[in-house]
Design a protein around this ligand. Structure first.
Ligand code: HEM
Length: 540
């Protein structure tokens, strides 16, 4: 009875709220942006946002290149899709007009399971995360949680020392696991290259951030983590847990494991003192994880489960984009022998004298990131696969031509839609023969400014401000981007030098055409839809 009555009640309530909202805005004379057409108003778009994946992709993709905001009416309120480079710059660069933390708060409450009391500490902080509080904020310094999160966590991750340490820990674990599983020179069958890389990659990222204990003490963590990852869009809509019990169960499993891990760290730190200068140790992993725990001690209203939910958020943000990007990058160059050869030639500039007794090739990340083709391929992989919806909240009414996005509304920017805007991408020099759907490794190279034909082309991002945004834009853009870019290039350089990989027989020796998995559309890099069975052997 309850099960059948409650959706109708919910629908009735939300419908009434939506009508009131519309009438109030109309009475105030505001002209809202046009509503995205739908066959069944409210239901169709709500369903798209709920189900996420292909359905969400299909209701959004028709608006690629729109020059005015589009309104999606959901049960629960409107959201505005912002498109076109100028509007995107206005939305994402100006933190006085649009702020990130209300969208983040909604995410951590619904997806990460923050308690109501804990979420209030964020909602009541009107000061923003920058050093200087936002104008008009009266939040006292000791309640500036957004700023404290920035300093304890995001600044450490994005600092040079932090980045170097995470990269070091990541590659140490990654290489060791590759060695154990596919080292030794014999052909090894892998039923799915992506599944294999996802397992190794997420083990390495989580160890780099939390040290070895979390995964060692909780062997089921990775399975639960990737199930949670698939359900993020569902949790975000805050529907009753009985509608999708797997989502809540996967999150609860991860949160419990993180709580045990953090309690273990606090206990161990009492008997095995560490240096506060340690950027990484086995107790806490990266310094940021210790600092954020100390920070939460200032906020008694943030209970243990909420702290663990927030830590789960850091693990999610660091894995869900990076891990599929490493795969997509390696897969893109493995599939084309000529591209592989050209990438290897650029990787050679960064090759270091071998330090490893096994003779394993080593590379200098700071040189890899300067190689034009390697960068162009990475940008092209990100262009085609990034799918994040970047959320901001309007602090004041935002006027676009005759339309108003009302104060307090949620604005969304879709990285993917901007990345397939023909008006921008196909107008770039040399791109008229390369439609936006095509993977064109040279898309970001500038052949036009070459003085002579022997000179290698350089990378060009000209005209792309507001159009290329795999890591977001502005003050709140991804703090892990420097680490991510180095990690992808470094891991790929080692992988393609050390291993030979061939597709298994069902593809008759040919690589399958990449098929995208849209399940995580809106949140993360879209990985492959199908399993890719391969044979792999160590050659160096
Ligand atoms: C290819 C890899 C990655 C991509 C494409 C990516 C993309 C993004 C995007 C689009 C955002 C939202 C930015 C905005 O709102 O403007 C974001 C936020 C974030 N990313 Fe990344 N990311 C990647 C890797 C990483 C890594 C490796 C880490 C950690 C080591 C990380 C940590 C974070 C965190 C903590 C946030 C939230 C920041 C905040 O709350 O302000 N990301 N990322």
């Amino acid at each position: 009875m309850f099960a059948s009555a409650s959706p109708h009640l919910l629908f009735g309530l939300v419908f009434t709220l939506a009508v009131v909202y519309y009438l109030v805005n109309h009475a105030l004379g505001k002209r809202l942006p046009p509503r995205a057409p739908s066959n069944i108003p409210y239901y169709e778009h709500t369903r798209g946002f709920l189900e996420g994946g292909e359905r969400l992709y299909s209701i959004m993709k028709v608006h690629a290149g729109s020059r005015i905001p589009i309104r999606f009416s959901l049960l629960g309120g409107d959201v505005y899709l912002i498109s076109s480079p100028g509007l995107i710059r206005a939305t994402l660069y100006d933190t006085k007009k649009f702020v990130a933390h209300y969208a983040r708060a909604r995410f951590i409450q619904n997806v990460l399971g923050y308690s109501k009391a804990a979420i209030q500490s964020i909602e009541h902080d009107t000061s923003g995360s920058a050093k200087d509080p936002l104008p008009g904020s009266s939040t006292p310094a000791n309640k500036r949680i957004l700023r404290m999160q920035q300093v304890s966590t995001l600044d450490v991750i994005s600092s040079k020392d932090g980045m170097v340490e995470i990269l070091h820990q990541f590659t140490r674990v990654y290489d060791q696991m590759l060695d154990e599983r596919v080292g030794g020179g014999k052909w090894v069958e892998l039923p799915d290259l992506y599944g294999f890389m996802r397992y190794i990659g997420s083990t390495a990222v989580i160890t780099a951030l939390c040290g070895p204990r979390l995964l060692r003490d909780c062997p089921g963590f990775l399975d639960a983590f990737w199930t949670f990852d698939e359900k993020v869009h569902y949790l975000h809509m805050a529907l009753p847990s009985w509608l999708n019990p797997r989502a809540g169960k996967a999150r609860a499993f991860c949160v419990d494991a993180i709580t045990k891990w953090r309690k273990g760290a606090v206990d161990m730190a009492k008997s095995a003192p560490y240096s506060v200068d340690d950027m990484w140790n086995e107790i806490w992993g990266l310094k940021a994880m210790r600092l954020r725990n100390e920070m939460y001690d200032n906020f008694p209203e943030i209970d243990e489960a909420s702290r663990s939910g927030a830590d789960l958020g850091i693990l999610w943000a660091s894995n869900d984009n990076l891990v599929p990007t490493i795969f997509e990058y390696i897969f893109a160059i493995l599939r084309s022998p000529s591209l592989l050869a050209r990438c290897k030639a650029e990787m050679a500039h960064a090759r270091l004298p071998t330090r490893d007794p096994s003779g394993m090739a080593d590379f200098e990340p700071s040189i890899l990131i300067k190689q034009p083709l390697l960068q162009s391929v990475l940008n092209e992989v990100l262009r085609l696969n990034a799918s994040s919806l970047i959320g901001r909240t309007a602090r004041e009414d935002f006027q676009v031509d005759n339309y108003t996005i009302p104060k307090g509304s949620m604005a969304l920017v879709s990285a993917h839609l901007e990345h397939i805007n023909r008006a921008v991408w196909e107008a770039r020099p040399g791109a008229h023969n390369h439609p936006v759907e095509e993977f064109w490794p040279e898309r970001f190279l500038d052949y036009n400014s070459l003085v002579n034909a022997n000179q290698p082309p350089s990378i060009s991002m000209k005209g792309l401000d507001g159009s290329f945004l795999p890591f977001g834009l502005g003050y709140n853009m991804c703090p892990g981007r420097h680490f991510a870019i180095r990690t992808v290039l470094y891991t790929a350089a080692k992988f393609v030098h050390r291993y030979e990989v061939i597709p298994q027989r069902q593809f008759c020796g040919k690589w399958p055409e990449p098929q995208k998995n849209y399940k995580t559309f809106g949140y993360a890099i879209c990985g492959p839809a199908n399993q890719i069975p391969v044979l792999i052997r160590q050659i160096e």
